[in-house]
Write a protein that binds this ligand. Sequence first.
Ligand code: CU
Length: 264
Amino acid sequence: MRTNNLFVLLFAGVLLVAAGCGGGGDASSQGEDTGGASDEPAAKEQVAMEPLGSASIGGTIGYAGEPFERKRIRQDAECDELNPEPVRTEAVIVNENGSLKNVFVYVKEGLEGHTFQPPSEAVIFDQRGCMYSPHVVGMQTGQTFKILNSDPLLHNIHALPEENRGFNFGMPKQGDERERVFMTPEVMIKIKCDVHPWMSAWAGVLDHPYFAVTGDDGSFSIEGLPAGEYVLEAWHEKFGTQTLTVTVGDGEAVSSEFAFGAAG
Ligand SMILES: [Cu+2]
């Protein structure tokens, strides 16, 4: 998931851009029924994308803090029934290898002057077992953000951006789907459910594809960059942000190591 956008944009060769996509996030999108809006083949235009470069930046997000145990979430009875196993907090997840999950890593500076088409594929965001999946998600401006409800009960999805237009609507039934588009870069946007106060997630929106979210091994890889100097930022929900300046040449792979949670 974490580098899919990048691969699709850079290496799939052909990017299908829905003609209606660009307007999806503006004021007119509020409350619209988006069912079917994104699968109109006649309205698509082909745009070929070449990799911008051959440099890459990778690494691992280390955890240097105290041992951390994820607390159990006390869901309500209705949600509890959906989860055979106890559900635990997701704000801090230390992986088995000592790294941190759910860190959003992205190129913050160094891409000025380039413009990027959003991928045609949607970013999927599910509500399942009264939790969000994924807990941290990245997408590009103009990319479809597809929200699912896999639970047989009401969720409301409440996005609280500062730079983008917010939204807040109910999704009462299992199988419900809604689509939204963020048009302005913003790191990060909080998403919550007002029905279930323990439900929260974060979305990072960028105008380029050079980002990743760490998973179960805490690693990230940002590929296809042009040679240059970049400011790389790593964001974590509880530990804040860290930045590194990285210089990378054509065909070169540079390693950048972050560590969060140290004393002080
Ligand atoms: Cu909910």
